[in-house]
Design a protein around this ligand. Structure first.
Ligand code: 2AM
Length: 268
């Protein structure tokens, strides 16, 4: 069901708010001392920069849609219920940021009645803004983007995320790594899910997969992949990728090839 608002206009306004948060992050890049890092849980770091960026986003996005609710990474606002819900990762790739390694990004998705209708991902180092709105296609800084048309796994470059706190699927995961090492052009691990997804959307990678993610890591990027002509599913091929935390995203042919391998390792 389509929302009763102009999504293209809202998407451009959202990019401005996201840019404000990205500029705030850039202003603190390479400057956060070890004493300012907090430990949320195993290998999950946070700093005042994540929280400050989230506050900028919540303030700006609330003004754009006054009746909206939020699902945010750093908990600066409580989740409530509304037709419109923002899924906000103020700093995707926090570990990269705190170690002064690119890439890291601001990621903002928007759901209407539980379905994605918009996504904006702004990578801070290259200053690239990826965005999409429902039925409006996918874009990188004003240029239309599409997933790649490579249909041979052997000629594909894949991205993945290594488990860093949930090791329950380590065995099947390592099996998939072995298969893809032997049967693709290579594998990359950036440590920032939103970036991996938008790099699939613009054809830099053929596909990406990872498990144990959070909805705000996946929502915007997976939607941008879909608007760019790609496919995003969970590890069983279903459409519960955002809330199951498992995602396979890719161009249609390579998504199918990756799904067969990942599903085979995890579910047989
Ligand atoms: P975050 O920076 O917003 O927490 C996929 O690996 C996702 O897991 C990343 O997008 C990242 O999102 C999160 N993550 C948290 N800690 C991580 C770590 N130590 N290594 C990799 N990813 C981590």
């Amino acid at each position: 069901m389509n929302p009763p608002i102009n999504l293209e206009e809202l998407c451009f306004q959202t990019q401005k708010v996201v840019k404000e948060a990205a500029d705030f992050i850039k202003g603190h890049s390479n400057k956060v001392g070890k004493e300012k890092i907090e430990f949320k849980s195993l290998n999950s770091l946070v700093s005042f920069v994540d929280k400050g960026a989230e506050e900028i986003l919540v303030a700006g996005l609330s003004k754009l849609l006054p009746d909206s609710s939020f699902l945010v990474e750093e908990g600066t606002v409580e989740r409530s219920s509304s037709d419109y819900e923002w899924l906000v990762d103020p700093l995707d790739g926090t570990t990269n940021f705190l170690h002064s390694i690119p890439p890291y990004a601001v990621s903002v998705g928007l759901n209407y009645k539980g379905s994605p209708i918009m996504g904006v991902v702004h990578e801070v180092n290259l200053n690239e803004c990826f965005y999409a709105w429902k039925d409006g296609g996918a874009w990188l800084d004003g240029k239309s983007i599409k997933v790649s048309d490579t249909n041979d796994l052997k000629e594909s470059l894949l991205a993945t995320g290594f488990p860093y706190y949930d090791f329950s699927g380590l065995k099947p995961y390592l099996e998939t790594l072995e298969y893809f090492m032997l049967n693709t052009r290579g594998l990359r691990r950036h440590g920032a899910a939103a970036i991996d997804l938008v790099y699939v959307a613009c054809g830099r990678y053929e596909a990406y997969y990872e498990y144990s993610l959070q909805p705000y890591d996946i929502s915007a990027g997976a939607f941008i992949v879909q608007e760019a002509g790609g496919i995003a599913t969970d590890y069983e091929g279903g459409d519960n990728h955002v809330f199951s935390g498992q995602v396979i995203a890719g161009n249609p042919a390579i998504h199918q090839a990756v799904l067969e391998v990942v599903k085979g390792s995890f579910y047989s």
